[in-house]
Design a protein around this ligand. Structure first.
Ligand SMILES: CCCCCCCCCC(=O)SCCNC(=O)CCNC(=O)[C@H](O)C(C)(C)COP(=O)(O)OP(=O)(O)OC[C@H]1O[C@@H](n2cnc3c(N)ncnc32)[C@H](O)[C@@H]1OP(=O)(O)O
Length: 220
């Protein structure tokens, strides 16, 4: 296996590409709490059987909140820098739909750097439902895409997914802690070959093989 790891200092800084960067630990607690509340709101709205009067009241309250929050919006492409438990830095888009810190549509997934890649745990509610009681296949692919991308970024340098093959081995259940992991297997110039798995109750429910292409940088 060839793995050409690079020191963090040589990874590209999004500011060099004109993208704003927010430090993860400077995101206000009130925003984190709001994100969590809206995540629960989406689940509540998806499943509610409330009466019409309650629905009309909730609708008006949500529309008023939208107006207030939209008065001050971030720039599209805003990045967040977070430091993982082992001190590794990672940049990601702040509204990333799978792991964005400020995106209530994103499940509460934190991937940590481990030897050779990343791992994390997430429990999904009905927002992510496909078949009854089960995770939607598109979301399974999205979780694996994020994991292989993150593994490639922290083990080598950030890139784009060029190929992602998902093998759905078992149904993936809702309301169950899912272990998500990905490992870099080999690299060849800008190509990074990565595998990923999702496990429920210790059993693999889905696995992926991916090819990431690293963003070109001056590497001599
Ligand atoms: C940072 C924090 C963590 C973030 C995690 C984020 C996870 C989410 C990741 C995504 O979802 S990314 C979004 C989905 N992916 C895309 O939209 C990618 C769309 N495709 C592209 O933008 C370009 O095709 C791509 C950047 C993948 C490659 O274009 P390049 O012009 O940079 O590549 P180039 O043509 O120079 O080829 C470089 C090498 O890669 C190979 N290659 C490129 N595309 C390939 C492909 N599709 N399949 C197989 N091989 C491919 C190519 O043959 C060559 O191999 P060699 O080094 O052997 O010559």
């Amino acid at each position: 296996m060839t793995v050409n790891t690079q020191p963090v200092a040589e990874r590209p800084d999004p500011r060099a590409y004109g993208l704003p960067v927010v430090e993860q630990d400077q995101i206000p607690d009130e925003l984190r709490s709001l994100v969590d509340g809206v995540r629960n709101l989406v689940d509540a709205v998806s499943n509610t059987e409330a009466d019409s009067a309650t629905l009309a009241e909730a609708d008006a309250a949500v529309r008023a909140l939208n107006d207030r929050l939209n008065a001050a919006r971030r720039e599209v492409g805003t990045m967040v820098r977070r430091t993982m438990g082992d001190g590794t830095d990672e940049f990601g888009t702040i509204t990333n739909v799978v792991a964005g810190t400020t995106n209530p549509a994103a499940p509460p997934l934190d991937l940590e750097h481990v030897e050779g890649g990343v791992q994390g745990t997430v429990t999904l509610n009905t927002t992510y439902q496909g078949p009854p009681g089960l995770v939607h296949g598109g979301w399974i692919a999205a979780l694996l895409d994020q994991a292989v991308g993150s593994a490639s970024a922290v083990e080598t340098s950030p890139g784009m997914t060029a190929k992602l093959e998902v093998n759905y081995r078992q149904p993936t259940p809702l309301f169950t802690p899912l272990e998500i992991s990905a490992r870099v297997r080999s690299t060849e110039r800008r190509k990074v070959y990565v595998t990923g798995q999702i496990r429920a109750h210790g059993q693999v429910t889905a696995e992926a093989e991916a090819l990431m292409i690293r963003i070109p940088m001056d590497e001599g």
